[in-house]
Write a protein that binds this ligand. Sequence first.
Ligand code: 5AD
Ligand code: SF4
Length: 343
Amino acid sequence: MRSREELIEVLGAPLGDLATDGALFAEAAEVRDRTVGDRVYVRGLIELSNRCRKNCLYCGIRSGNGEVERYELTDEEVLEAACGAWSAGIGSVVIQAGERTDEAFVGRIERLVGALKRRSEGALGITLSLGEQTAEVYRRWYRAGAHRYLLRIEASSPVLYGRLHPADHRYERRVVCLEALREAGYQVGTGGMIGLPFQRVEDLADDLLFFRRMDIDMCGMGPYIEHPQAPLAAVRSDFTREERLQLALRMIALLRLEMPDINIAATTALHALHPRGRELGVAAGANVLMPNVTPEVVRGSYRLYEGKPADDTDLSGFRVVRDRAWGDAPHYASRRAASKSEE
Ligand code: 5AD
Ligand code: SF4
């Protein structure tokens, strides 16, 4: 395990040529091969709706952006997208949407998860990424059949978090949600953005320490990319886009070395900044891909940032697990076993 100072030293090394980090990335990839395997797991990403009650300053689909055409997929469209993924050999899906907490939405998700489970006779793995909810809602969705949940902390520094969000978005609440998810039984994923305005390499080192302290099972990190209709785009980041990409790869590699047996995604934002961004992510230690399987008619509307790839389903450059395995992180099983033996 590296100390905070050591993490800062690696993250703060001069940025430039992607090849300068070759030894770090190779070591991380080797650790990945030995712990979670040398093949990547694939999840089909279904973007259920771009309606959101939140107003994060960096995001293109924030509630304050009146220029977005809002959509919501029907249950039938979601079932069809999931079936399509299944036919393509994908054993698990991620249902993602902007945040909504009204009972109509909560109940709908509960029924939808149940329907997906029944339709697949329990075989389809279901991950949710639907923002902050009460512990009871998390439990309802878990009972309905979801078993993994993604909720990025975005920035683990409360001060930085405060600068990226309106005052009524609470950092503490997000941490409470991550704890409630774990309590409910989910495999818990978090993560953040890299190269944000106001962010320093010290903050990134603290993100890694936060992930370790929270004992997470999964992580998704990607470079921050400006969205022209989001207010944060008016603030300059200290890092160019190339530097953000390189820093994101360093973060993936360091996290793999710190937490060898978790699942780490090579995210779409890497792909948005570089045509081979996901390949670079895997070469730096990532082991999960989340190609978008949302029906094409609405795909352009879930625009969190500029330059999001229109089609990322070509996985020909990857060695992929094809047996529809859920691909749980070994970390989940070992932390469950450890907590049982403590009881
Ligand atoms: N750049 C990069 N990632 C973004 N996200 C939201 N807006 C942006 C942006 N401008 C990420 C957040 C969120 C995830 C769904 O997308 O980290 O958790
Ligand atoms: Fe909503 Fe998520 Fe965008 Fe924030 S980042 S505005 S919660 S969709």
